[in-house]
Design a protein around this ligand. Structure first.
Ligand code: UD1
Length: 344
């Protein structure tokens, strides 16, 4: 019998790509999203790609009664919890909004899981929990120390990891996997779903593609005096479809094996890539020239961080295998498609 997975935040960027991969892997999916930062027509896109329309419930995970009803209405085996507020700058301005949205939603799910016999949860964590790793800890493994959070957003990731850890330590009859993502980029090869930032993008790749297409005049590269080979920051950019597939592997492990009750995995490529390298790779992959210039450092930026993904490679049997070139092409194709659709 097919297992049913509840995907919170399933119309968002990572949630929509993960829903596609879950359906491809044979799961039934129920999406819960409050559509605060995404569009309902993403469900049409998921259906167009997979031929299957996931169930959709418009609800807020902070609404415990609504979540109780979803879990009564569907035979949920596992949850992938993406629904969260995710803008670092906004979290500094509105910390309580972030603590409410990101923490209360998880607590609700954890409280409801035993009642509805939901076996496992995959939590979207972030490499932000490592802060700036000490040089001897690069590439960063799951054992690297957790650093004090730089923002309320980052703090919610750390607190949520601790909440899950404490819940399981207290004897909760659930299993959990914490996935620490590095920098997810790109879009589905069909260009039917992708990243839809609202307003001026804060993240690098949407800013790159919007500059390339003429929506933004110039990309500012924040800082060229970092202690890196070309002076610009280094990140581990991972293709969102590869990241989505990691969730499928994690869910299979939680539901179908007697794996430990709680595990943590880094989900990255293992390759550090500088901002300047991204610009060069984008121009090479697409043949489009970018208008860009160096600008002062952005407050709060980490100098360099990239993953050691060996644990996920070995234990989950997962590897990020899409090239940076194909990943950047997918981001560009998505931007072209948005223009074709008159959206951006
Ligand atoms: C940021 C958050 C991280 C969060 C992630 C969510 C910070 C410090 N970190 O990651 O916690 O999980 O977003 O998506 O805010 N860059 C430019 N010009 C731009 C935009 C970005 O040079 O216009 C550079 C940045 O300085 C950085 C790199 O590109 O070095 C990546 O930036 P971004 O995409 O914003 O991701 P992070 O800062 O790594």
């Amino acid at each position: 019998m097919k297992q049913t997975i509840l995907v919170t935040g399933g119309t968002g960027f990572i949630g929509s790509h993960t829903t596609v991969e879950l359906i491809n892997a044979g799961y039934d999916v129920v999406i819960v999203d409050n559509l605060s930062n995404s569009q309902e027509n993403v469900i049409d896109g998921i259906e167009e790609i997979t031929g299957v329309r996931p169930a959709f419930v418009k609800a807020d995970c902070c609404d415990k009664e609504a979540m109780d009803k979803v879990m009564s209405d569907y035979p949920i085996s596992g949850i992938i919890h993406f629904a969260a507020s995710k803008a670092v700058g906004e979290s500094v301005e509105k910390p309580l909004l972030y603590y409410r949205n990101n923490i209360l939603s998880l607590v609700n799910l954890l409280e409801l899981m035993p009642k509805h016999d939901v076996k496992g949860i995959i939590f979207s964590s972030s490499c932000t929990v490592y802060g700036q790793p000490d040089p001897e800890n690069l590439p960063v493994t799951e054992e690297a120390p957790i650093k004090p959070a730089e923002s309320p957003y980052g703090n919610t990731k750390q607190i949520n990891e601790e909440i899950i850890r404490d819940d399981i330590a207290s004897g909760a009859p659930i299993k959990a996997i914490l996935l620490r993502y590095f920098n997810p980029i790109g879009s589905h090869p069909s260009a039917i779903i992708g990243e839809l930032p609202t307003g001026v993008p804060m993240n690098l790749i949407p800013f790159v593609t919007q500059t390339a297409i003429g929506i933004r005049e110039q990309l500012k590269v924040f800082g060229n005096d970092y202690d890196t080979p070309d002076g610009t920051c280094i990140r581990d950019y991972i293709y969102v479809v590869d990241l989505a597939k990691a969730h499928v592997k994690a869910m299979q492990r939680v539901l179908d094996t007697d794996s430990p009750q709680l595990e943590v995995f880094n989900i990255g490529t293992g390759n550090g890539c500088s901002t300047k390298q991204i610009i060069d790779a984008f121009e090479k992959a697409t043949g489009v020239k970018l208008n860009w210039a160096y600008a002062p450092r952005r407050a709060g930026d980490i100098e360099k961080v990239w993953a050691n993904p060996e644990k996920a490679n070995k234990v989950l049997g997962w590897k990020a295998d899409t090239s940076l070139e194909d990943t950047l092409k997918s981001a560009w194709n998505w931007q072209l498609k948005l223009r074709e659709r008159g959206i951006q």
